[in-house]
Write a protein that binds this ligand. Structure first.
Ligand code: AMP
Ligand code: GLY
Length: 426
């Protein structure tokens, strides 16, 4: 098969490297890809959001399948457009991707089908939103822009003033653009967070190994929210008992609800969960593989990813047994100093081999570009260094040993990835 992967971050690098292991793959292409992906797939400078451009490229390359990885093209309907041209695809159609594309949609779905989530109200008028905050008067409270906001559309307000500022900046200043036309104000939940990515063909749902993201920029979960500074898998808080509860109360009810609504979900459905004292609840749905969750989950996959992709598209997932390694995986993200705010690009990265890799680790490139033999930084999150081992402690040691061999000016990474997970074992 000839496969085109749409996207150009660390997640897409992990997808490309896993696909490269398949005996069924003859050629791999990526749009736009990056400096590290280019060592494993031929990259084309077509933006991940350019639906016409991706269709033209898929035709030119005569590919057998297009794997759409990021949220924006999925929510915009890239899969529908590709299918209309006769291509096989991996990823949900527009009417199912809305589960991530609109928080109002996802909250109403959960309410209608009694899927556990935080209590909430929806507002399209800032004055009414503020009146509600006054009447509630409970803090912290959570304010979310309705639409996609690069993972940054959530404000955890500690008091009334912060909440009012949040409402103004989302709904009036439109810091997240049209995404802020409506807001969800919801109950603040507490407990460990777990990410569970699942393969689904709309009828059967098969969870992957669980993982834990580290969203804040600085050690000790301080600093700003980012796209994710590191991950571990499996997530030790996610016990077999909790997994069963999630399957019965959350995963199956969600895909059945989507089916019932005429929005059958095919692809990877990501459950962002919080294990609250009252049981697991949904914090968010994503219509795609997580980043950097994919960088710890896919290295543990033993079954051929192409077989799984075909089963999700052909609705035969119930007939496929998916195998996982029993190892632990760790990914440490190496970011540009200043991320998630302003940072420099174009800096030389040293310490990698000619494939942009490193002995003992998998180096997933997130924001890099090649310049001849040199690899340069080209984004906020630059590399995700992943290691696997029998224990979490060993995997951490290997990943950080890898990180220490790679240099670029002003590099920033968290030193405490996996420490919260380690505590569960002690
Ligand atoms: P999201 O973009 O929806 O993943 O939210 C970003 C982060 O905000 C989550 O990972 C949680 O840590 C936090 N968060 C979101 N919703 C809630 C909530 N209802 N209660 C507490 N924390 C939340
Ligand atoms: N790591 C969180 C996400 O992919 O949205």
């Amino acid at each position: 098969m000839k496969i085109l992967v749409v996207g150009g971050g660390g997640r897409e690098h992990a997808i490309v490297m896993k696909l490269a292991e398949s005996s069924k793959v003859d050629a791999l292409y990526c749009a736009p890809g990056n400096g590290g992906i280019a060592k494993f797939a031929t990259c084309y400078p077509v933006k991940a959001t350019d639906i016409d451009g991706v269709i033209a490229l898929a035709k030119e390359l005569a590919v057998d399948l297009v794997f759409v990885a990021p949220d924006d093209p999925l929510v915009a309907g890239m899969v529908d457009a590709l299918q209309a041209e006769g291509f096989q695809t991996f990823g949900p159609k527009k009417n199912a991707a809305i589960i991530e594309g609109s928080k109002v949609f996802s909250k109403e779905l959960m309410q209608k089908y009694r899927i556990p989530t935080a209590e909430y109200q929806v507002f399209d008028d800032p004055i009414k939103a503020i009146a509600y905050l006054k009447s509630q008067n409970t803090y912290p409270t959570v304010i979310k822009a309705d639409g996609l906001a690069l993972g940054k559309g959530v404000i955890l307000a500690q008091n009334f003033d912060e909440a009012v500022d949040g409402i103004h900046s989302i709904m009036e200043d439109r810091i997240f653009g049209e995404s802020g036309a409506k807001v969800v104000i919801e109950e603040f939940l507490t407990g460990p967070e777990v990410s569970v990515l699942c393969f689904t063909d709309g009828k059967t749902i098969k969870p992957m190994v669980s993982s834990m993201d580290h969203k804040r920029a600085l050690d000790g979960d301080q600093g700003q929210n980012t796209g994710g500074m590191g991950t571990v898998a499996p997530n030790p808080y996610y016990t077999p008992e909790i997994a069963q509860m999630c399957m019965d109360q959350i995963f199956l009810p969600t895909i059945r609800a989507m089916e019932k609504e005429g929005r059958s979900f095919h692809g990877c459905l990501y459950f962002g969960l919080m294990l609250t004292p009252k049981g697991p609840k949904v914090i968010e749905y994503n219509c795609r593989f997580g980043d950097p969750e994919t960088q710890v989950v896919l290295p543990l996959l033993e079954t051929d990813l192409v077989d799984i992709i075909l089963a999700t598209e052909n609705e035969t997932l119930d007939q496929l047994s998916i195998q996982w390694k029993s190892d632990c995986a760790v990914c440490v993200v190496m970011a540009s100093g200043g991320y998630p705010k302003k940072y420099a690009t174009g800096l030389t990265i040293s310490g990698l081999d000619e494939n942009g890799q490193l002995d003992g680790c998998l180096v997933y490139h997130a924001g890099t570009k090649s310049n001849g033999d040199v690899i340069l930084t080209a984004g906020g999150r630059v590399l995700g260094v992943t290691a696997t081992a029998k224990t979490l402690q060993e995997a951490l040691k290997k990943a950080y040993a890898g990180v220490e061999q790679i240099q670029f000016e002003n590099v920033h990474y968290r030193k405490d990835i996996g420490q919260k997970a380690l505590k569960v074992f002690s």
